[in-house]
Ligand binder design. Structure first.
Ligand code: ADP
Length: 582
C-alpha cells in the first residue's frame, strides 16, 4: 500500500510540488484526491482548501468549466475570509486561467493582476515568477505586447536570482511566443538563442512545448527543415512523459502541417492534418478544429485547387463562428456558476441571521416570562401559608405550584440554552472536582427521588477527579442527567452515579433501571425539544431541553456525552471530560 503524507510538513511539500508545476493532465486525479483526504485527516483547513483548488484546476483541465469555477470561487472566498493571502493569490491565478479558457480575456487579466498584487514579500520565488509569467501572458492576450515583455523580464529576473532554471525557460518560451505572434521575429530569434544557451549551460533538456515554440519561430524565419526536426523532437519528449491529453499533440500536429506544407510535402501535410482533425474531433477541441479547417483551405490552395480552397475557407469561417458561440455559452455558464455561489452565500447569511433572531427572540420571551412567574410563585407561596384552605383549595394550590414550577423550569432551560449557544467556551476555567459536583447534585435531588421511591447510589471515588471549567455549568449538566434517571425510573428502581479517571479523561456515569430508550430515539436524543416517542416517557413532564444542555456543556468543556440503553431495561449516560493536569 502506498502511504499518504502523514505530517503537515509532508503534505505541504506534496501540495507545493503540484502547485509549482501547473499543467492540465500532468497530475493524476487520484493523487489530488489522496492529498485532500490526508488534509481532511489532519483537520487543516488551509491544506484542505489548497487540495480543493488543485482538484478545481483539474476539473478545468477536463473542460468542466462551471465545476472548476465553483471550486475556485469557493476557495477564493474562504481564503479571503480567513486571511490566507497566498491561497487567495493562487485562487486568482487559477480563475484567470479558467476565464482565459473560455475566451473572457478581460476577466482573465483582472484576476491575473490580483494574483500578482496579493503576493507578499516572502512569497516563494517559484510562485512569484509563475504569477508574473501568467500576468505577462494575460497582458499579451489582451494585446499589450510591450507590457507583456516587461513582465516576462521581471519574472525571469526573479527566476534567475533564485536559480530556477525551468521557470526561467518558461519565461523565455512564453516571451518568444508572444514576440513571434507580434511579428517581432528578430527578438523572437534572439530569445530562442537564449533558451538554447540557458539549457546548454545548465545542462537541462528542452521541454516539448518549448520545442514547439522554437519550431513555429523557425517556420516564420523560413528554416523549415530545422522546424520539422524541432517538432519531431517535441513529439518524442512529449510521448516520453506518458501523458494522455489531446490539446498538446494537436497543437504540435498543426505546427508540423505548416512545416510540411512550406517544404512542399503536401501529402505528408495532409496526413498530419487528418491525424489532427481526428484527435480534435474525438476530444471535442473546437479551437483546434477551427485551425484545422483554416490549414485545410491553405493546403488546397497550395495544391492549386482553388475551388476546394474557397470552400475550405467557408468551412473555416463557419467553424470559427461556432467557436465564438461555444465560448459565449461557456462564459454564461461561468457567470451562472459564480451567481450560484453568491446565491448559496446569501442563503447562508439569511439562515445565520434567522438563527440569531430566533436565539434573541427565545431569550427575550424566556426572560419576560420569568418576571410575572416570580410574582405568581410568590403569591402562591403566600397562599400556602393561609392555614384554613378547604381541601379542594389545597389540591388546586398544589397543582398551580407544580405547574408554575414547570413553567419556571422551561423559561430557565430556554435561557440557559440560548446563553450556551452564544459562546463556544465556558467563561470560567476553574479546577472543579467532579465528584463534589455530583455529591451536591445528588443531595439536591434526594427529596424528589425519595418521593418517587427511587434509590440514588453515589459510589464516591477514592481520590479527586478534577476537570477545568465552569462549576455551575457542570453542575447543571450532571443534575439534568441524574434527575432524568430518577424521572424515567419506576418506584423501587436504583440510579447509580459515579466518577472515575480513565486514561486522560474524567468520566461521569449515571445508570438507571428505568424505561430505557429505543434505538431510533437514541439518535435524536440530544436535539433541542426532542421528547421520546415512548408513551410511558411522555407521560412524565419534560421540555426536551435537558439533554441538549448536557451536550452543549460537555462539548464546551472539550468533552462528549454517550448513551447506552435498552427499552425496558435501563439507560446509562456517560460524560467524558478531559482531566485537568495535576
Ligand atoms: P426532558 O425534559 O423531556 O426529560 P431531555 O432533553 O432531558 O428532556 O430528554 C429528552 C428525552 O430523552 C426525554 O423526553 C426522554 O424521553 C428521554 N430520556 C432522557 N433521559 C432518559 C432516561 N434516563 N431514561 C429514559 N429516557 C430518557
Amino acid at each position: 500500500m502506498h502511504g499518504g503524507p502523514a505530517t503537515r510538513e509532508e503534505l505541504d511539500r506534496a501540495l507545493l510540488s503540484l502547485e509549482d508545476q501547473p499543467g492540465y493532465g500532468l497530475t493524476s486525479e487520484d493523487e489530488v484526491t489522496r492529498l485532500e483526504r490526508a488534509a481532511i485527516a489532519l483537520q487543516d483547513d488551509e491544506l484542505i482548501w489548497r487540495a480543493r483548488l488543485l482538484s478545481a484546476e483539474m476539473a478545468g483541465g477536463r473542460g468542466e468549466v462551471a465545476e472548476a469555477m465553483r471550486g475556485m470561487q469557493e476557495v477564493n472566498e474562504l481564503a479571503a475570509a480567513h486571511g490566507h493571502t497566498r491561497l487567495l493569490a493562487r485562487s486568482h491565478l487559477h480563475l484567470a486561467w479558467t476565464f482565459r479558457d473560455v475566451g473572457d480575456l478581460a476577466s482573465c487579466l483582472e484576476h491575473a493582476v490580483k494574483a500578482v498584487e496579493l503576493l507578499d514579500d516572502d512569497a516563494p520565488a517559484a510562485m512569484r515568477a509563475m504569477h508574473l509569467i501568467r500576468l505577462a501572458d494575460a497582458l499579451d492576450d489582451c494585446g499589450s505586447y510591450q507590457e507583456a515583455v516587461l513582465h516576462y523580464e521581471q519574472a525571469e529576473e526573479v527566476a534567475v536570482r533564485a536559480g530556477l532554471v525551468a521557470r526561467q525557460v518558461t519565461c523565455l518560451n512564453n516571451r518568444a511566443y508572444s514576440e513571434y505572434l507580434a511579428g517581432d521575429l528578430k527578438r523572437a530569434e534572439a530569445t530562442v538563442d537564449r533558451i538554447f544557451e540557458v539549457c546548454r549551460v545548465h545542462d537541462v533538456p528542452l521541454r516539448a512545448n518549448t520545442l514547439d515554440t522554437i519550431a513555429c519561430i523557425q517556420i516564420a524565419l523560413g528554416r523549415y527543415e530545422e522546424a520539422l526536426t524541432s517538432i519531431d523532437r517535441a513529439f518524442e519528449v512529449y510521448h516520453a512523459l506518458g501523458v494522455l491529453e489531446a490539446m498538446t499533440p494537436a497543437e504540435f500536429l498543426l505546427t508540423r502541417v505548416l512545416a510540411q506544407r512550406k517544404l512542399g510535402d503536401l501529402d505528408g501535410a495532409q496526413r498530419s492534418l487528418d491525424e489532427c482533425r481526428a484527435l480534435g474531433t474525438s476530444a471535442g477541441l473546437t479551437s483546434v478544429l477551427v485551425r484545422v479547417e483554416q490549414e485545410q483551405a491553405e493546403l488546397h490552395a497550395a495544391r492549386g485547387d482553388f475551388e476546394a480552397a474557397f470552400h475550405g475557407f467557408q468551412t473555416f469561417h463557419a467553424a470559427e463562428k461556432e467557436l465564438v458561440s461555444e465560448q459565449r455559452a461557456a462564459q454564461s455558464k461561468l457567470r451562472e456558476a459564480m451567481l450560484e455561489t453568491e446565491v448559496v452565500r446569501a442563503e447562508a447569511d439569511r439562515l445565520q441571521r434567522l438563527d440569531a433572531y430566533r436565539t434573541h427572540m427565545i431569550a427575550t420571551i424566556a426572560h419576560e416570562l420569568k418576571n410575572p412567574l416570580t410574582a405568581v410563585i410568590g403569591h402562591l407561596e403566600m397562599m400556602s401559608w393561609i392555614a384554613e384552605l378547604p381541601s379542594d383549595g389545597e389540591r388546586s394550590l398544589a397543582a398551580m405550584q407544580r405547574n408554575t414550577d414547570r413553567l419556571w423550569g422551561l423559561a430557565d432551560s430556554l435561557l440557559e440554552l440560548t446563553r450556551l449557544e452564544q459562546t463556544e467556551e465556558p467563561a470560567r476555567r476553574d479546577r472543579v472536582d467532579l465528584d463534589a459536583v455530583v455529591a451536591e447534585a445528588v443531595d439536591q435531588l434526594q427529596v424528589v427521588a425519595d418521593g418517587d421511591g427511587v434509590r440514588v447510589e453515589h459510589v464516591r471515588a477514592a481520590g479527586e477527579n478534577v476537570v477545568l471549567g465552569d462549576a455551575a455549568e457542570l453542575h447543571r449538566a450532571l443534575s439534568n442527567l441524574v434527575s432524568n434517571a430518577v424521572k424515567y425510573s419506576d418506584p423501587g428502581g436504583t440510579v447509580s452515579v459515579s466518577v472515575e479517571r480513565v486514561d486522560d479523561e474524567v468520566v461521569f456515569s449515571c445508570a438507571d433501571e428505568g424505561l430505557g430508550i429505543s434505538e431510533s430515539d437514541q439518535e435524536r436524543l440530544f436535539t433541542e425539544f426532542f421528547r421520546s416517542t415512548n408513551g410511558a416517557a411522555l407521560d412524565r413532564p419534560g421540555t426536551g431541553l435537558g439533554l441538549a444542555i448536557v451536550q452543549h456543556v460537555a462539548v464546551r468543556h472539550g468533552g462528549r456525552v454517550e448513551v447506552t440503553s435498552e427499552l425496558g431495561v435501563g439507560s446509562t449516560f456517560r460524560v467524558h471530560l478531559p482531566a485537568a493536569a495535576d
